[in-house]
Design a protein around this ligand. Sequence first.
Ligand code: 5GP
Ligand code: ZN
Length: 113
Amino acid sequence: MDNCIFCKIAHHEIGGKVLYEDDVCMAFLDLSQATNGHTLVIPKKHYDNVLNVDQQTLSHMMNVVQEIAKKLQNKLGALGFNVITNMNEIAGQSVHHFHIHIIPRYQEDEGFK
Ligand code: 5GP
Ligand code: ZN
């Protein structure tokens, strides 16, 4: 997709702090860190949102989410996580390339929603 920022990251046309990458997906730090370690997992292929990604890709991405969350737990001491995807503007989606947020939670961010 032309002009899709996450396609550009997936194809290494622009940089990102990449934590994990394989043929299907990529995990990188969100530019705007809601909390320390806030990570996005994206498919390399462009899908607009969670309803049109194929099940095999989605399932693979969830395995990656699990692995990344375990690493963030061990390395950053996260006590919990919000794992979310926003679909359409009404739900807060601003980048229309499917992505899953992994937001680590810590004692000191109790007020963060
Ligand atoms: P959404 O609001 O669509 O659920 O989430 C999009 C996320 O992408 C936001 O949290 C935003 O900070 C992040 N983001 C937007 N542009 C870039 C970028 O160029 N690089 C990175 N690493 N994150 C981005
Ligand atoms: Zn895209």
